[in-house]
Write a protein of this length. Structure first.
Length: 367
């Protein structure tokens, strides 16, 4: 039985906190193998810009100070406008537990920029050790207006009792147990042959331009997308343009939003968790992947014999960029789990379980 006791907390440990009453208003459907989804309430405000509280400042006091205007949740969120919403769930953390947040794929693939803030915490997406009380989500639709309903899962929280992020020696050891990345044809990369590394325990994933449809581009739209829509019901052509394979490179336009995919298929063993992190600005002037967590078991298959799964990337550029096939486009870090979750990612149902090549949000149909 694998158990280090230290690292990211698995689902069974999260349920213990729920049963004790430390984690409040968490529904079973929102518990993942190594994280908890947090959902929006009906309390929304329109504000003039994003912010962070100083020590001692509360979010409600800042909303009042900034003259936040109440927003009716039944009305769409306009693109380019900043909103803030109270989160339904709350977490009273013990003194040895801390947490980080990351947007879900259901928001990132709609270019919905989400950051979690908390009373007195001057960092986004951060729950310090021993922190208590409400969370709020700052939400900015970047490409088109969206309609949300109370209970919509907008971000996810991963909890830790110790920093177990990999050093390069950890990556070497784990890779020799079983590869963490595969070619799209199922052939494994060896640690020695996988050269896209920063020697810091992370790996770099490369852009795949080999598919007939290499990605999708959104230049903006005024058509509202209802995020409660049934899967595969919204005509994607009203918001996204398919990018067809035409050569060895594509141009990413400033202020446009792109859905692309990786050449490598990532595999995360059930005793590890991983996260897509910001790349060094020397690698490129773009932001990659709003949705950053990959749960234990990603790409492992039901029986553990899976050959990984490529990553769909959400990208915004800060300037016009010519990007080539095989260019580094995403950085993944690994960390240890405190224990193996009772059910890992590939043993759960997910909208993105069968994922190969660039995939739009689940509400869109592309045929």
């Amino acid at each position: 039985m694998y158990e280090t006791g230290y690292g990211a907390l698995p689902s069974q440990k999260l349920r213990e906190f729920i049963e004790k009453g430390d984690f409040k208003n968490v529904e079973e459907k929102n518990i993942s193998p190594a994280s908890i989804d947090v959902t929006v309430s009906g309390e929304w405000y329109r504000i003039d810009g994003v912010f962070l509280p100083k020590t001692g400042e509360t979010i409600p006091s800042l909303i009042k100070k900034l003259h936040g205007a109440r927003h009716a949740i039944q009305e769409p969120l306009e693109h380019g406008i900043v909103y803030i919403a109270r989160i339904n769930e709350s977490f009273d953390l013990p003194e040895d537990i801390y947490a980080y947040c990351n947007p879900k794929s259901s928001t990132g693939r709609h270019d919905l920029h989400v950051r979690i803030v908390k009373d007195g915490v001057a960092r986004y997406d951060t729950l310090p050790k021993g922190s208590k009380g409400d969370l709020w989500a700052i939400v900015v639709p970047r490409s088109y207006p969206v309609l949300l309903t109370p209970g919509f899962a907008i971000s996810q929280v991963r909890f830790f009792n110790k920093n177990t992020r990999f050093k390069e020696s950890d990556l070497d050891i784990e890779w020799h147990k079983k590869p963490l990345a595969y070619h799209l044809n199922g052939e494994p990369y060896s640690y020695e042959s996988f050269r896209m590394k920063d020697s810091d325990g992370s790996i770099l994933l490369r852009l795949d331009l080999s598919q007939d449809i290499v990605g999708y581009e959104c230049r903006g739209s005024n058509i509202v997308v209802d995020l409660s829509s049934t899967n595969n019901t919204i005509d994607s052509s009203r918001h996204f343009i398919p990018i067809k394979k035409t050569g060895d490179s594509i141009v990413l336009r400033k202020d446009s939003f792109y859905i692309l995919s990786t050449k490598e298929a990532l595999r995360v063993p059930p005793y590890l968790a991983s996260e897509m992190v910001d790349m060094d600005s020397r690698t490129g002037e773009f932001r990659t992947h709003y949705a950053g967590f990959f749960d234990p078991g990603w790409g492992c298959g039901l029986d553990g014999e899976g050959k990984g799964r490529p990553i769909t990337l959400e990208i915004r550029t800060f300037e016009d960029v010519i990007i080539s096939n095989g260019q580094p486009i995403g950085k993944v870090k690994f960390e240890k789990m405190a224990d193996i979750p009772e059910v890992h990612y590939d043993q759960k149902n997910s909208n993105y379980l069968i994922q190969s090549g660039p995939k739009l949000a689940k509400q869109f149909k592309t045929d």
